[in-house]
Design a protein around this ligand. Structure first.
Ligand code: NDP
Length: 359
């Protein structure tokens, strides 16, 4: 079959399906050799199925975990399978009730130009809420992660001090802005002066510290004169080491991610620090609580009402880091795990229909 273009400017959709497969499992940092780009025919939708064309593919830190074998909260990608990922896709053909060609949907399509879906797990993208790519970031999974983790576990109260790392990224940037809306003092931690300036000057955090500069622990102590009431954990590693001594009694720590450890192939060197850690939990009566965003799927309706409202009022801002071309996804995921992205990372796999069509 050959999918038709409805693009007045004459853009032609890809005639083959490019797919990026997991070629081998990385040990430590992934490399381009762990991925393989193949070209196949465009799949034919059967009864009750629709054919989707990927527009924006989301790249997220969890993808590194799916490249490993072994148990986790989700199954790994098998060698030779297409890499997993959520996308905003366009319906090309449909035999699924209520889905029509031209509709835009959020789908678990993976790293490829075309995918088939029976509609399970997909939802339509509401173009009135913002640019369609925001359904993968602020108005999607990362935004809900920030919202649910901070409000349900962090429980921010006015005047409290909140610290969040990866503060210029998809989750951290929303955590900090939401904490400001809740009346907190907010200190971000990010990699580099440019990210820190953005976090402070554009997003309105009270302070932002560059974790690439020395003496983070001392600088964090100065930035948090009243200690830390909520530490939204995105990173682990040396940043957690700097935070721990500053936690106040009854501090809450939503454990969202540990990106500093995702490429680790063995436990960190050094003495066993679990007893010290447990002692801090006991004596300061700390609440560490891990969560996965789908634990809070039922809060999606109130999240989308609140977040789209704050977005339209200008109270929440976001930044996307968009790269063109499916073939660049491996390089960009490798970079994301080292802080090369600046904002929510998305790959524009095919042109955005909103840009293709005349206004
Ligand atoms: P980001 O957009 O923030 O991108 C990742 C950022 O992590 C990088 O830009 C970099 O920022 C930072 N980083 C990478 N390596 C290190 C390191 N070694 N030390 C310190 N910082 C590092 O990603 P997301 O906002 O999508 O994700 C943030 C965290 O939230 C991740 O840990 C992710 O796994 C987790 N997450 C968890 C979910 C859940 O359901 N529990 C759902 C979604 C995300 P910088 O340059 O500023 O250091």
């Amino acid at each position: 079959m050959s999918p038709q273009s409805n693009d007045p400017a004459g853009w032609q959709p890809p005639a083959k399906n490019r797919r990026i497969l997991l070629a081998s499992r990385p040990s430590g940092e992934p490399s381009p050799e762990n991925f393989r780009l193949v070209e196949t025919e465009i799949p034919e939708p059967g009864p009750g199925q629709m054919l989707l064309r990927t527009i924006y593919l989301s790249l997220d830190p969890y993808m590194r975990g799916r490249m490993n074998a072994g148990p986790s909260y989700a199954s790994p990608v098998e060698i030779g399978e297409v890499m997993v990922g959520q996308s905003v896709s366009e319906v090309v053909e449909s035999d699924v009730p209520d889905y029509h060609p031209g509709d835009l949907v959020l789908a678990a399509s993976g790293w490829q130009d075309y995918s088939l879906s029976d509609g399970a797990g997909t939802q339509k993208v509401d173009r009135s809420l913002g640019p369609i790519s925001s359904a993968l970031g602020l108005l999607g999974m990362p935004g809900l992660t920030a919202y649910a983790g901070l409000l349900n576990i962090g429980k921010p109260r006015p005047g409290e001090t909140v610290v969040v790392a990866a503060a210029a990224g998809a989750v951290g940037s929303v955590v900090g802005q939401l904490a400001k809306i809740k009346g907190c003092r907010v200190v971000g931690i990010a990699g580099g002066q440019q990210k820190c300036r953005y976090v402070r000057d554009e997003l309105g955090f009270d302070a932002c510290l560059d974790h690439h500069q020395p003496e983070l622990a001392e600088r964090l102590k100065t930035a948090c004169p009243n200690g830390i009431d909520i530490y939204f954990e995105n990173v682990g590693g040396p940043i957690l080491d700097a935070v721990l001594p500053l936690l106040n009694n009854f501090a809450r720590i939503p454990v969202c991610g540990l990106i500093a450890h995702y490429n680790a192939s063995e436990p960190p060197p050094g003495p066993d620090r679990v007893p010290l850690f447990m002692r801090a939990i006991l004596t300061k009566r700390l609440t560490f609580r891990g969560f996965i965003v789908f634990d809070y799927a039922s809060q999606y309706p109130e999240f989308i009402t609140d977040m789209s409202g704050w977005l339209s009022e200008g109270r929440i801002k976001y930044r996307e880091d968009v790269t063109d071309g499916l073939e660049n996804a491996p390089r960009e995921l490798i970079g994301l795990l080292k802080g090369k992205n600046f904002g929510k990372k998305v790959i524009r796999v095919n042109p955005d229909p909103q840009e293709r069509q005349p206004v």
